[in-house]
Write a protein that binds this ligand. Structure first.
Ligand SMILES: Cc1cc2nc3c(=O)[nH]c(=O)nc-3n(C[C@H](O)[C@H](O)[C@H](O)COP(=O)(O)O)c2cc1C
Length: 146
């Protein structure tokens, strides 16, 4: 599978998360920011990992919105995906890491297939998120081999 990891970040947490996934778990994947996303990248990859950040009132950033708009009229049935994003629980249950919910809904609508339920992590629980993601991605790769 050709793997593509895309992150957006302002303070660095989601970049660090995507870098952890890349460096520790999927070094063969390409790692890019939402800002650098181009449509050709999507046609060259069939496993997408998104680490989006949430700002405003549970909203996407401008760079995430561009990718969202691009994906929203594509058929993505060839794509499997995993979503993990860091937010801040203090913004309330509905807004907490809501960019993860927004992309999850879209990708399902476009027929992409999740490898596991999405992960929303508080910026104070990053070590725990690393453990969960490690377990999920290792399990997914074991299942694929068997
Ligand atoms: C103006 C502003 C609005 C924010 N809105 C939300 C929000 O709606 N939901 C949320 O979970 N976090 C929100 N956050 C917190 C960030 O998502 C959180 O700090 C996260 O770790 C940022 O990711 P980053 O370090 O990758 O930029 C907001 C932060 C700021 C400064």
């Amino acid at each position: 599978m050709n793997k593509l990891i895309i992150y957006d970040t302002i303070y660095g947490h989601n970049f660090e998360l995507s870098k952890f996934i890349h460096d520790q778990l999927l070094p063969e994947a390409s790692l890019i920011s939402f800002k650098k996303f181009s449509p050709t990248m999507l046609s060259n990859h069939d496993f997408l990992i998104l680490c989006p950040c949430t700002y405003g009132e549970g909203e996407l950033t401008a760079n995430e919105q561009v990718v969202y708009d691009y994906l929203s009229n594509r058929s993505l049935s060839y794509l499997t995906y995993y979503l993990a994003g860091i937010g801040d629980r203090n913004f309330g249950q509905e807004r907490f890491a809501n960019a993860v919910n927004i992309f999850d809904k879209l990708l399902r609508q476009r027929q992409a297939v999740p490898i596991a339920p999405s992960l929303k992590a508080d910026y104070e629980d990053i070590a725990k998120a690393h453990q969960q993601i490690t377990r999920i991605l290792k399990e997914a790769s074991r299942k694929k081999r068997s």
